[in-house]
Design a protein. Structure first.
Length: 235
């Protein structure tokens, strides 16, 4: 006789407003030894530990429009049909306006111009009433030209290929410095800050179990804006 397959636990949607760290994707439970992955709709997902196993419960379902420059709609997973926010592209997708269910602006997510990506992450945020929320690379001080000059100067002095490699990578097409992935490269954490705020660290991004994770830090950050930048990065 074969043992009866154990029923899978129920992973219920959770409220979005109190979400701590989260991921974007369709994985409810990662694959493991003798255990298949469980998947669901594309969503903002938060960790849910059951019987010692980490699951990812949906907190906001994500819908994407067709078209070359897509728009996005986020819905409350715990309240089917309830609109959470909309992401509308502006200027050919160079920025996205984030609005609530009533059409009121939550904030704007901007794509960093290519010329600034040597010193700043590829996306930055703007929330009304607060300074710009920017992720500046920890090694990047001064302008892109100054960074390149310092890197090449160190390489010439024998500092090794590391600095030169960093300079070359951040000046490559579409480079985002600490945001690359693939090959043997280990993605680096990213920290978005709002200089001048009492809570200057606003949002961080790292990696857990192969997933890119996001952690809202500042109490004043609207989580819908954090969801928006994460959706755009993972889309």
């Amino acid at each position: 006789m074969f043992a009866r397959k154990k029923d899978e636990p129920s992973v219920e949607p959770v409220s979005w407003n109190g979400a701590g760290w989260f991921v974007i994707g369709d994985v409810v439970r990662p694959a493991a030894s003798r255990r298949k992955a469980l998947t669901g709709p594309w969503a903002v997902r938060v960790p849910d530990i059951q019987e010692g196993v980490r699951y990812y419960a949906p907190t906001a379902l994500v819908s994407r429009s067709d078209g070359e420059i897509p728009s996005y709609e986020l819905y409350e997973a715990s309240e089917p049909g309830g609109s959470l926010c909309s992401l509308t592209p502006l200027k050919g997708g160079a920025r996205y306006r984030v609005t609530d269910a009533q059409g009121q602006e939550v904030g704007v997510v901007h794509r960093t111009p290519a010329a600034k990506r040597a010193v700043q992450h590829g996306w930055w945020l703007q929330q009304p009433g607060h300074p710009h929320i920017v992720a500046r690379y920890h090694w990047a001080k001064g302008s892109a030209k100054e960074i390149a000059a310092r890197g090449r100067e160190k390489a010439v002095r024998g500092a090794g290929g590391l600095v030169g490699g960093v300079v070359d990578s951040v000046f490559g097409l579409g480079a985002e410095g600490g945001d690359q992935s693939g090959g043997s490269y280990t993605p680096k954490p990213v920290t978005w800050r709002a200089e001048g705020e009492d809570e200057a660290v606003v949002l961080t991004s790292g990696h857990t179990e192969g997933f890119r994770t996001y952690v809202p830090v500042a109490s004043w950050l609207d989580r819908r804006l954090a969801f928006a930048v994460a959706v755009l990065r993972e889309a």
